[in-house]
Structure formats: structure tokens, C-alpha cells
Design a protein. Structure first.
Length: 138
């Protein structure tokens, strides 16, 4: 399911010629992202290395990875939605091997994000990889 969702984002991005339209689409994805319970917005779930406030709370059910995420910046919420489409629903064993950099390059996000936003995305991906690797060890 996750790959299908990500493929749909990629198709939409191909259809949208202008980067401004793509940017608006990412923001819209952020608006549509399911809200994260305020009780989960604790220091343990905060992602360090992001310019904005970002929280990720992983969930593993039936051997599949998922997470809740939120941010105080709408574009970052959209980036969380992109990462959710890339990772959610995948078998836990696949998560550490997903090349998020290549996926973001496919969307052109690697070229159009500020260095601060790019660092934040890398920090989110690193958190996802770390959490999934730890879950695999247990």
C-alpha cells in the first residue's frame, strides 16, 4: 500500500509542471495528514535537527511499520505525509533499506528544499531507520 501511495504522489508531481504547484500540493498533503494526539508530542518523540518542531511516533503492528507525525510548519507536515506514503504499511524488515533520498529525488524535492528543510527530512528519515532497526533487534 505504501508504494502505491508514493507512486500516486510521483504521478501527481509529474502532472504538475511548476514547482510552485508541487509546493502547494505538499502543503495540501500536510493539511490532509491525520492529526497526532497531543499526548504523543513529548520530548522522546521530538525529532532533533529540524528547524521546525517535529514529532514522530512509530507504530509496529503485525510486522508492519507505521507512524504518526506532526509539525508546527505546514510544509513540514506535507513532508511528513510524503515520508508516510513512502514508509507506512511496509514490512518492518524493509524499512531500513528504503532509499528515501532517491525517492525524494524522484519527486524533485532534493533540488527545491532549503538546506534547513533538507536537514530536517534527513533527521526524520534517520529517526525512522533507527526506530525500525531497534524494533528488528527486539
Amino acid at each position: 500500500m505504501a508504494q502505491q501511495e508514493f507512486d500516486e504522489i510521483a504521478e501527481t508531481f509529474e502532472f504538475l509542471d511548476d514547482w510552485e504547484d508541487r509546493y502547494r500540493h505538499v502543503i495540501e498533503m500536510g493539511r490532509d495528514l491525520a492529526p497526532m494526539d497531543e499526548a504523543l508530542k513529548v520530548p522522546a518523540n521530538k525529532v532533533n535537527g529540524c528547524a521546525s518542531q517535529v514529532w514522530l511516533f512509530p507504530r509496529i503492528e503485525d510486522g508492519r511499520f507505521d507512524f504518526y507525525g506532526d509539525s508546527d510548519a505546514m510544509i513540514v507536515r506535507g513532508l511528513i505525509a510524503v515520508l508516510h506514503a513512502l514508509y507506512a504499511g511496509r514490512p518492518l524488515a524493509e524499512v531500513p533499506g528504503i532509499d528515501a533520498g532517491a525517492a525524494l529525488k524522484q519527486l524533485g524535492l532534493d533540488e527545491h528544499l532549503s538546506s534547513q528543510r533538507s536537514n530536517g527530512v534527513r533527521a526524520m528519515v534517520e529517526r525512522i531507520r533507527l526506530v525500525s532497526a531497534q524494533a528488528l533487534e527486539n
